[in-house]
Design a protein around this ligand. Structure first.
Ligand code: HAM
Length: 445
């Protein structure tokens, strides 16, 4: 792996790892586990994003977790941080260079071109995806090496209303979750055909040449290949240098200006608050025209919970004909972090609505009772390991169940089950064959 550096698989240094051979194995640094109940909150965040996409007519696309390295090298851009230093790249047994996907857009566009979406009509093709992505970044709060994104990509249309729709879908998902202090930053990157951005980049390079003595080593190097990245540099000298720099929105062509104004007018019409951000440059090279980011004020340095934009030149970078697109991706991990920080995590669904507590000889009957309920669509769990009745009731409580079904020696003899409503504390005996109907009715109250 090009990104594995000096660390052992768990991200510890070699000496530390050697001392700990007798310890249980650890997961890889920056690739978090999500156990219950956090995993349920994580799924709820993802589901809110997916729901917003579905409501707007997006259909699922699945692409592989790895692609030929070239898809990202050409798609995301050779001078980006992602391609320069963050990709998990490896050779497979056939000697092919493959890369774990660091983002979703290039792979979706690759798939769209390969499967001839441009020729199929019925455009725009509106697609959503959810999955894991991989970047060899320095792990810290909100920045991981494996993370989950939910994204949408709308392909085959240059309509500025589509840009607005995409922005609104992300906004609505974040709002539905009550994500705290979200600010929508928006900018235009101009176009690469008919070249309003290249002309601007020359102007910017000229400006940066005049301020070369203020720039850091990295930015001096970036100035030639990708001068826009200087806007993203956190160093004080570079920030000072670009404070008076010419800004892209002042240099875009008429078509790009009208496109941008139409997007903003559509956001106004939808009552979406946004902050025009002429210095917003995103870390991927494929963007043209609209770019945007959702930032949450409760997060520290990693404040972007999502971002996206238009990428009308990406298809050509991947070897296809022109096929425009616009989309965004939201980071599920980072959004959950923002919700946790503000203590507004979506509450987890109870694990079971019904919990069977069967002890001793009644245990096999308890399992078949649980199975019957599950087959009639009721979420039902039961106690294992033949613990006491009291322990079983505690487990029912922890599972969040509304109803406990108790089967002891007495119930076994009489062919009944004690149905206990855990909300009211009331209980009664019900014939075994009537339990399913009885519980269904009780759960409706
Ligand atoms: P991105 O801004 O690189 O855009 O990533 C989108 C979101 O993924 C970020 O705002 C963040 O929430 C999350 N994210 C990114 N890197 C990490 C990380 N190392 N750890 C945790 N979360 C992370 C894209 O990936 C574009 N493909 C978005 C797009 C879709 N543009 C057009 N269509």
């Amino acid at each position: 792996m090009s990104g594995s550096g000096q660390e052992d698989p768990a991200g510890r240094d070699a000496a530390e790892g050697a001392e700990q051979v007798a310890e249980p194995l650890e997961g890889v640094k920056g690739a978090p586990d999500r156990l219950p109940p956090e995993s349920a909150a994580f799924d709820a965040v993802q589901a809110a994003f997916v729901n917003a996409a579905r409501l707007a007519g997006y259909e699922r696309v699945r692409t592989p977790v790895f692609e030929q390295t070239e898809v990202f090298a050409r798609g995301v851009g050779g001078s980006t941080d992602i391609v320069e230093k963050e990709m998990y790249t490896f050779s497979d047994k056939g000697g092919r260079s493959l890369t774990l996907r660091p983002e979703g857009t290039a792979g979706v566009m690759r798939a769209a071109l390969e499967h001839h979406l441009p020729k199929q009509g019925n455009l725009p093709a509106k697609l959503w995806y959810a999955g894991t992505f991989y970047r060899h970044e320095k792990p810290q709060a909100g920045r991981q090496r494996e993370f989950v994104q939910v994204g949408i990509e709308a392909l085959g249309s240059e309509d500025p209303l589509l840009d607005a729709e995409v922005v609104i879908v992300g906004w609505d998902a974040l709002t539905a979750l009550a994500t705290p202090e979200v600010d929508l930053l928006i900018n235009t990157m101009g176009c690469t055909r008919p070249h309003c951005r290249p002309a601007y980049l020359d102007t910017l390079r000229g400006y940066l040449d005049d301020h070369a003595d203020e720039l850091c080593e990295d930015c001096l190097r970036r100035r030639t290949a990708n001068p826009l990245r200087v806007f993203d540099c956190k160093r004080e000298g570079c920030q000072g240098a670009v404070a008076q720099a010419p800004l892209l929105p002042d240099h875009v062509c008429d078509d790009c200006r009208v496109h941008h104004e139409t997007v903003l007018a559509a956001l106004d019409a939808a009552d979406l608050p946004y902050t025009p951000s002429p210095r917003l440059v995103r870390g991927l090279d494929y963007y043209t025209r609209t770019t945007f980011e959702y930032q949450s004020g409760v997060l520290g340095a990693q404040s972007a919970v999502g971002g996206g934009g238009r990428y009308d030149g990406l298809a050509e970078e991947l070897g296809g004909d022109r096929f425009p697109g616009v989309g965004f991706a939201l980071g599920v991990d980072r959004t959950l972090l923002a919700l946790e920080t503000a203590d507004v995590v979506p509450s987890a669904q109870p694990r079971a609505d019904v919990f069977v507590v069967a002890v001793g000889a009644a245990r096999p009957g308890g399992l078949s009772l649980a199975v019957d309920l599950r087959r009639s669509g009721i979420a039902c769990d039961l106690a294992f390991d033949d613990r006491s009745f009291k322990a079983g009731m505690k487990q029912a409580d922890r599972a969040g169940a509304r109803v406990a079904l108790i089967v002891g020696e007495q119930e076994l003899e009489t062919g009944t089950v004690t149905v206990k409503d855990l909300a009211s504390g009331e209980q009664r005996e019900v014939a075994r064959e009537a339990v399913s109907n009885d519980v269904t009715a009780l759960l409706r109250t």
